[in-house]
Design a protein around this ligand. Structure first.
Ligand SMILES: NC(=O)c1ccc[n+]([C@@H]2O[C@H](COP(=O)([O-])OP(=O)(O)OC[C@H]3O[C@@H](n4cnc5c(N)ncnc54)[C@H](OP(=O)(O)O)[C@@H]3O)[C@@H](O)[C@H]2O)c1
Length: 281
């Protein structure tokens, strides 16, 4: 066992639901690292004080979740190109006293699609939602070739427009979709991605089963519950599904790599996510 004790954490609000402490502590114990990971509830107005405290205790690194992913950039020392593109960070590494920000949601999102060997040529993509996660999805999709168009559907149309501008800067064509037209557009989509929290509380999905093509891919980034109403609708339509837990796991693996500069132990981290029942078929 390495005797240099280091602490890692996640900050956000709410934080009770976070699976991150269990995932990283499983990794630390499987590798015999003398480290521990805890969750801190940090309310909106407490961000600066909290970061000062994390500096004072020389934290090894930390994850950032809602609502701090954007504002945390005001208090870090540097950030990489991906963070600049997304405008948000989810991972901070303490590099010789400097807080350096990264965004592993981008690689975490795209990896499950790449693992399936998807060819995006001519793809019509529909993104539900236009918040922070949708921005990470946009940056990830900009790294893929051949996407024909991205349809944006969001409650707040100002945010839809912001996302459309961002996609334009990233070199992707997009269209803003109204609620009257979303089912039609969905039916033309090769890839449908939910980035809204709808589904976390068993809400009905924005997309009906009859609006999903049999040859579509449906990706819900909500990870709890594992099977959301959108994914059930997709399966009913005969479409392929990509689970939110896959992104959760991939972004955690990438954060681990940033902190420890070594490959993470995937199996123990996965086991924590699924318990003794194992990965869904
Ligand atoms: N799997 C993973 O690893 C992973 C990673 C990151 C995030 N996530 C999940 O992604 C979700 C969104 O996170 P975020 O950081 O993007 O949050 P955010 O910045 O607050 O954005 C939320 C988006 O969802 C929309 N929305 C919220 N409630 C809605 C409702 N009742 N009906 C329709 N639209 C609604 C918002 O629309 P308005 O603009 O109209 O308010 C906004 O576009 C969360 O559930 C989070 O847990 C998962």
């Amino acid at each position: 066992m390495n005797l240099n004790f280091r602490t890692y954490c996640i900050i956000g609000d709410p934080i009770d639901h976070s699976l991150s402490p269990a995932i990283y502590n499983a990794a630390f114990s499987s590798l015999g690292l003398n480290c521990s990971y805890i969750a801190f509830r940090v309310q909106e107005g407490q961000l600066k004080n909290s970061l000062d405290s994390l500096r004072a205790i020389n934290i090894g690194g930390f994850n950032v979740t809602m609502p701090h992913k954007v504002r945390v950039l005001e208090y870090v020392d540097q950030y990489d190109k991906t963070v600049e593109l997304v405008g948000a960070a989810n991972t901070i590494n303490n590099e010789d006293g400097k807080f350096c920000a990264y965004n592993t949601d981008v690689s975490g999102f795209i990896k499950p699609l790449r693992q399936r060997g998807i060819d995006f040529s001519g793809f019509e993509v529909t993104i539900l939602g236009a918040g922070g996660a949708a921005r990470a999805v946009a940056v990830a999709l900009a790294g893929e070739r051949g996407i024909a168009n991205i349809n944006i559907f969001n409650r707040n149309t100002d945010r839809s427009k912001e996302l459309a501008n961002m996609l334009k800067k990233l070199g992707l064509k997009s269209s803003i979709v109204s609620s009257d037209n979303i089912q039609n557009i969905s039916l033309k989509s090769n890839l449908i991605i939910n980035t809204t929290p709808l589904g976390m509380k068993d809400e009905q999905s924005l997309i009906k089963s009859s609006s999903i093509r049999k040859d579509a891919i449906v990706y819900d980034i909500v990870y709890k519950p594992i099977n959301t109403n959108l994914l059930e609708n997709a399966r009913m339509a005969g479409a392929k599904v990509v689970y939110g837990y896959e992104m959760l796991l991939e972004q955690a693996l990438a954060s681990f790599k940033i902190w420890f500069q070594r490959d993470p132990p995937i199996e123990p981290m996965k086991k924590v996510l699924f318990g003794k029942f194992g990965e869904p078929a």
